[in-house]
Design a protein around this ligand. Structure first.
Ligand code: ADP
Ligand code: MG
Length: 238
C-alpha cells in the first residue's frame, strides 16, 4: 500500500501563504499529475511531499504512515528533477548506483540493480559513459534510473521533460507512462504542460494560486471543467 494523503496542507514563506490548504487522496498505483501555471505552487507542494520543504501546517501520510515530519530518506519516495542533477565526474553506472552506495548496500546488489535499471531504460550500452557524453533524453533516463534502483513506494517528478525538445518530450512521455505500467508504483508528476497532463495522467490535479481548482480524470476535466480557469487551462470548450 503506497497511497499518499494530504490533509489541509499549507505553506507560508514569511507572511505570504503560498499553499492554501490542500486536501488530496492519491491511491496506491495511481499516476497523478499536478498541473498549473508557473508560480502556482506545484514544486513547493511536491517538495513538501518529498520532505525537502517543511509544511507550515497540515498532515501528510504515505502508505498509511504519518510522514509529515519524517526525513526525506524515511518516506519511501524518490524524486526526479528537471535539471537531472547528475554527477559529472561519475559514469552512468556510478550515477545510477550512487544512492545505494551512500546507503552502504553490498556491491553485488548495487551492480545487479544498476544492471536491471539500465536494461529497463535502454542504457546498458552507456553504463561507462560520463553525463557530458549523453544526449538530454539519455541524461533524463539516468536520472530516472537513479530513482528506480531505490525501489521507492512513490516516484515524484518535477517537470522532468522541460529541458528536452518537442519530439524527445513526446518519446519520454511514452517511456514514463510505460515505466508506470510496468512498475505499478504510485507516481506524482508536476508539469505546466497541458499535453503532458492530458496524455499521462490517471488523475489530474489542477492548481491555481496555491489551491486546487479541480481534481479528475483527463476526460472529466475536458468534458466537465469545474471553473472557467480549468476550461481555459485544459483547452476544453466552455
Ligand atoms: P511552480 O512550481 O508552480 O512554478 P513554486 O512552488 O516554485 O511554483 O512557487 C510558488 C510560489 O512560492 C512562487 O511565488 C515562488 O516565488 C514562491 N516560493 C517558492 N519557494 C520559495 C522560497 N524558498 N522562499 C520564498 N518564496 C518561495
Ligand atoms: Mg516548479
Amino acid at each position: 500500500m503506497s497511497g499518499v494523503e494530504l490533509k489541509d496542507i499549507r505553506k507560508s514563506f514569511g507572511a505570504l501563504e503560498i499553499i492554501k490548504g490542500i486536501d488530496l487522496d492519491i491511491r496506491s498505483g495511481e499516476f497523478v499529475v499536478f498541473v498549473g501555471p508557473s508560480g502556482c505552487g506545484k514544486s513547493t507542494l511536491l517538495r513538501m511531499i518529498a520532505g525537502l520543504e517543511d509544511v507550515t501546517s497540515g498532515m501528510l501520510t504515505i502508505g498509511g504512515q504519518d510522514v509529515t515530519y519524517a526525513e526525506p530518506s524515511k518516506r519511501g519516495i524518490a524524486m526526479v528533477f528537471q535539471s537531472y542533477a547528475l554527477y559529472p565526474h561519475m559514469t552512468v553506472a556510478e550515477n545510477i548506483g550512487f544512492g545505494l552506495s551512500l546507503a552502504s548496500r553490498p556491491k553485488a546488489e548495487i551492480e545487479a540493480k544498476v544492471r536491471d535499471a539500465a536494461e529497463s531504460l535502454q542504457l546498458t550500452h552507456l553504463l561507462d559513459r560520463k553525463p557530458k557524453a549523453l544526449s538530454g533524453g539519455q541524461r533524463q533516463r539516468v536520472a530516472i534510473g537513479r530513482a528506480i534502483v531505490r525501489n521507492p513506494q512513490v516516484f515524484l517528478f518535477d517537470e522532468p521533460l522541460s529541458n528536452l525538445d518537442a519530439s524527445l518530450r513526446a518519446q519520454m512521455r511514452l517511456e514514463i507512462t510505460d515505466l508506470h505500467k510496468r512498475l505499478g508504483t504510485t507516481m506524482i508528476y508536476v508539469t505546466h504542460d497541458q499535453v503532458e497532463a492530458m496524455t499521462m495522467a490517471d488523475k489530474i490535479v489542477v492548481l491555481n494560486g496555491g489551491r486546487i481548482e479541480q481534481v479528475g480524470s483527463p476526460m472529466d476535466l475536458y468534458n466537465k471543467p469545474a471553473t472557467p480557469f480549468v476550461a481555459g487551462f485544459i483547452g476544453s470548450p466552455k
